[in-house]
Design a binder for this molecule. Structure first.
Ligand code: NAP
Length: 276
């Protein structure tokens, strides 16, 4: 049976170290999160981010704007935060209501306060293998987990299922920058299992059960980014964990895999931006 990667343990270790670092800083790092409307999942995520931030000494402000807020008013608020010297990091919780363009909102955030690493400047630098101000949280969390478990990336065939701007695309670039051979799959990919079976490192970021045992090479490293509720309301991931764990060399569970790492990387990015 493969080694189960304990994302929660690694994340706890990272946040404990951050807590000590923050104690020695003259000014506490300040993360401001903007939530538009009251999408229940977003409310849970925003609350969790606030709780985790405060637990390690990060000042956390949540700005709630109504579902009906205009794009212009949201941009005005972001611009206010961009020039507020007390604010180190800005996060706009996604998704946004349909009448607001996510693209325009991301463009409005200063790249120096872009805690998610989503702005064009930060993603452009990443693409060119130039160090961005910060790396996007979930891909950074995945890479950190691989490093913590001494899993080699260079020369490995990494297959990523999912090509979103927040997970698949930046993760592909980060793996490429570490000399992996990278294949990105998506909903138009034909014969998905033929490709996944060739993966030394298989990463799934789709949001539905999609990776089964017959799609995984014996000894592969399997990272499950997906997180959703199954028909019984239980939190689960993209990978058929119980059957795949027998053939993988390493595997992340859901929950307690990539999820806690994303939050830990958000905390780390906030501290990095505060120092910059
Ligand atoms: P997303 O924007 O919905 O992207 C999903 C991707 O999956 C798309 O690229 C889509 O392809 C691809 N896809 C859908 N059906 C497919 C199929 N049958 N075969 C191959 N590819 C398929 O989602 P996301 O925001 O990246 O999130 C993905 C999952 O990760 C979700 O469950 C989300 O909750 C979870 N997540 C977890 C964390 C964490 O911290 N653990 C962080 C972020 C996201 P197309 O591009 O062709 O549509």
């Amino acid at each position: 049976m493969g080694i189960i990667i304990d994302g929660k343990h690694v994340a706890d270790k990272i946040t404990e170290d951050l807590k000590l670092k923050i104690e020695s800083m003259d000014k506490k790092p300040h993360l401001t999160v903007i939530q538009v409307g009251n999408n229940p999942a977003s409310t849970i995520y925003v609350g969790l981010k606030k709780k985790k931030s405060e637990a390690i000494g990060i000042k956390s402000t949540v700005i709630n704007l109504p579902e009906t807020v205009s794009e212009v008013d949201l941009i005005d608020k972001i611009e206010e935060l961009n020039i507020d010297l007390d604010v180190d990091a800005i996060l706009v919780q996604l998704p946004l209501p349909k009448h607001i363009s996510e693209e325009n909102i991301i463009k409005a955030i200063s790249p120096f306060k872009d805690v998610d690493g989503f702005t064009v400047e930060n993603t452009g630098n990443l693409l060119n293998n130039i160090k961005p101000n910060v790396y996007p949280c979930t891909p950074k969390g995945v890479i950190r987990l691989l490093e913590e478990y001494n899993i080699d990336i260079a020369g490995k065939h990494a297959v990523i299922v999912g090509r979103s701007n927040i997970v698949g695309r930046p993760l592909a670039v980060m793996l490429l920058n570490r000399n992996a051979t990278v294949t990105i799959c998506h909903s138009y990919t034909k014969n998905l299992s033929d490709i996944t079976r060739n993966a030394d490192i298989l990463i799934s970021a789709v949001g539905k059960k999609i990776i089964y045992k017959d799609m995984v090479k014996e000894g592969a490293v399997v990272v499950d980014v997906g997180i959703f509720k199954d028909a019984n309301g239980k939190t689960t991931g993209d990978v058929d964990f119980e059957n795949v764990k027998g053939i993988a060399s390493y595997i992340t569970p859901v929950p307690k895999g990539v999820g806690p790492m994303t939050i830990a990387m958000l905390m780390e990015n906030t501290v990095e931006l505060a120092k910059q």
